[in-house]
Design a protein. Structure first.
Length: 211
């Protein structure tokens, strides 16, 4: 390999090199990058080797198929050939280098944007519902069973208890945790009162707290 990453001194040297280049041999990925990536085995300390850590994350972002398409590693350091000075019409090569540099910069920018858009914490709420039956003859256990039969992505039922109201009638007070983007409390209440109208008279929100 052109670079040595078997020890801190070698990684430090590679880190200095990457201050000016995106990849191990310049501005395009190659088999040299794959060999170095495999030799490191894990991302280095970002505080100590910031350029190598950035490079490592960039290489890791490519798929295996993309990596296989890279040119094979060279056993010699990338340097311009001595007879390059004889090329009096090297404008095409310069244009290629500029294009490669542009593509590399675009990939690095896209990778940085992708990393900056990490998903935030899922917004959840704890809701306590008061579910009132029609009368004292309503089977409360059966009513609770019906309510808990509602299954939905982002909805988790918690504890429940029967609380006396008046004239021997009790209400079901039940807790549920919802993901705010997936579950609407209004829709949930409408479903309870609509699907189980033989048991349920009304549903009220006793408490609503963001988690």
């Amino acid at each position: 390999m052109v670079h040595n990453v078997s020890n801190d001194a070698g990684i430090a040297e590679f880190n200095t090199y990457l201050a000016d280049f995106a990849y191990a041999t310049g501005y395009t990925p190659s088999g040299e990058d794959l060999e170095l990536f495999g030799a490191l085995k894990a991302a280095p300390c970002a505080k100590k080797f910031v350029n190598v850590a950035r490079w490592y994350a960039n290489i890791a972002s490519f798929t295996e198929a993309e990596r296989k398409a890279w040119p094979k590693a060279s056993n010699s350091a990338a340097a311009p050939a001595e007879d390059d000075d004889l090329d009096l019409f090297g404008s095409d090569d310069e244009e290629d280098d500029e294009e490669k540099k542009r593509i590399t910069e675009e990939r690095l920018k896209a990778y940085a944007e992708k990393k900056s858009k990490k998903p935030g914490p899922i917004a959840k709420s704890s809701v306590i519902l008061d579910i009132k039956p029609w009368d004292d003859e309503t089977n409360l256990e059966e009513m609770e069973k019906h309510v808990r039969s509602i299954e939905q992505d982002g909805l988790v039922w918690g504890g429940g208890k029967f609380i006396p109201l008046a004239y021997g009638i009790k209400k079901l007070q039940i807790i549920c945790v919802i993901e705010d983007l997936k579950v609407s409390v209004d829709d949930l209440i409408e479903k309870i009162t609509g699907d189980f109208d033989e048991h349920v008279q009304s549903v009220d929100i006793a408490a609503f707290n963001k988690i």
